[in-house]
Design a protein around this ligand. Structure first.
Ligand code: HAM
Length: 421
């Protein structure tokens, strides 16, 4: 009997995993450049954290969580997102008592029991970044710019930034009421009617054409923002414009999680079909209080690394990142030469050159084939003769040129050639 991975999980292995690493590293670089600190979070938390933090009425909590009782009878859930857990950790460890905002990032697997399809998985991977402890709209913009720069640094361009404000505790209830009044007058099925009462903003997100057709005249939140929210939103828009970050106002943009307030945004990729959201985020100024903490505003985003891999493949077909490719490949010829080759490749690696070698006495033909497969620019060949003479033969695998170089000079010789390209 052989096993397959469970339904709906994504997994990465070479060479494709290099794209995954590239995507995660691009975001980590942005986070570090803006002095965000790293957090490593537990994969599971108390179920109540997500029920209260993310919201009982959301699809994520009501239908998609991997929840179970552990052997001690505790109600546990595999994290469906990072934000609630990050805020829990900040409160638990008192990070909010130091300098504010607390700026943190993390990355790893998250779990949602969704219907699997291309770009939608049950275990998927997020990079997540949070700035906790300030209401300053400049930090909203900071997070957006970091995400934008990470996408563009990866060579992505076919994406849009959609921006909205969801108001706050003062103005959203008034909008919610107006929206409910409008929606109650439409021709909708029973499930959607229930949603109008529980979570009316989600109805705006309905993708079915028969529902969309009726939403044209729906009230938009922009007309209901209180003065503070309107000013906050105007500042965010002005700063993005100043920084030349292109965005589209998306007055119907709602997010799948309940904690959002004021600024919300999504990045949407043009070539990904139905699962086009490559990242999203916003403010969650009430989340800390929802989970028993003091008032502590926050903003952040998460990106779906799986979808970024798909976007990279769509926008840059044929491009393979360098990380897994060897630059130099060692070929021991005959007995007693393996140790000499291992010593040289070790020195190369210590000098920052990616180097592999042939194991298992494969002989010249087999080893040269392996050298080609490794993608290396150069092979270093060491036979009995070379070993005794203290030399290595360095072969340029592109043009076939071969030089004998004294073994102690090999690293320097190769480093220079590789630098020159
Ligand atoms: P989210 O919009 O639920 O936000 O997820 C963020 C990103 O995760 C999405 O834009 C998408 O790229 C990816 N994603 C979501 N579901 C799946 C799936 N089933 N398969 C593959 N990728 C998926 C959050 O999770 C918030 N915690 C973001 C945030 C951080 N807000 C404030 N801080």
């Amino acid at each position: 009997m052989s096993f397959q991975a469970p339904k709906g999980v994504s997994e990465y292995y070479p060479p494709r995993s290099a794209l995954f690493e590239e995507a995660r590293d691009a975001f980590a670089r942005q986070a570090r450049a803006a002095c965000y600190g790293y957090v490593e979070q537990p994969v599971f938390e108390d179920t109540a954290l997500f029920a209260r933090g993310v919201g009982e009425s959301t699809d994520v909590v009501s239908k998609e969580m991997y929840s179970f009782a552990d052997r001690g009878g505790r109600d546990i859930t595999l994290r469906p997102e990072f934000t609630a857990g990050v805020v829990r950790a900040v409160l638990e460890h008192g990070l909010h008592k130091g300098a504010l905002p607390v700026k943190l990032w993390t990355a790893g697997p998250v779990f949602r029991y969704e219907r699997p399809q291309s770009g939608r998985y049950r275990q998927f991977y997020q990079f997540d970044l949070e700035a906790i402890g300030t209401q300053d709209p400049a930090v909203d913009v900071e997070t957006i710019v970091l995400a934008y720069d990470a996408y563009t640094s990866l060579g992505l361009s076919q994406f849009r930034l959609l921006l909205n404000s969801l108001g706050d505790k003062a103005c959203r209830p008034v909008y919610r009421q107006a929206l409910q009044d409008f929606l109650r007058g439409l021709d909708l099925d029973d499930e959607t009617r229930t949603r109008i009462e529980v979570n009316p903003l989600r109805v705006l997100d309905d993708k079915r054409p028969e529902v969309r057709a009726q939403l044209d005249g729906a009230p938009v939140i922009a007309d209901y923002l209180c003065d503070e929210c309107a000013a906050h939103h105007a500042t965010v828009r002005a700063m993005l414009t100043d920084l030349k970050i292109p965005f589209e106002d998306a007055p119907r943009l709602v997010r799948g999680l309940d904690y959002y307030m004021r600024t919300t945004y999504e990045f949407d990729h043009a070539l990904l079909g139905a699962q086009s959201g490559i990242g999203g985020g916003g403010r969650y100024d009430g989340l800390s209080e929802d989970i028993g903490g003091p008032p502590l505003p926050g903003i952040g985003f998460a990106v779906g690394l799986d979808r970024i891999v798909l976007a990279l493949e769509a926008e840059r077909p044929g491009h393979t990142p360098e990380v897994n490719r060897c630059q130099v490949y060692g070929v021991p010829l005959g007995e007693d030469t393996e140790a000499a080759v291992l010593a040289i490749v070790t020195e190369l690696r210590r000098a920052g050159i990616r180097a592999g070698m042939s194991f298992g006495q494969r002989g010249l033909k087999g080893s040269m084939k392996a050298a080609d497969r490794s993608g290396a620019d150069y092979a270093i060949l060491v036979g009995q003769q070379e070993r005794q003479a203290g030399l290595v033969a360095i072969k340029n695998l592109k043009d076939g040129d071969q030089h004998d170089v004294p073994a102690p000079n090999a690293t320097q010789w190769l480093a220079q050639r590789l630098r020159e390209g």
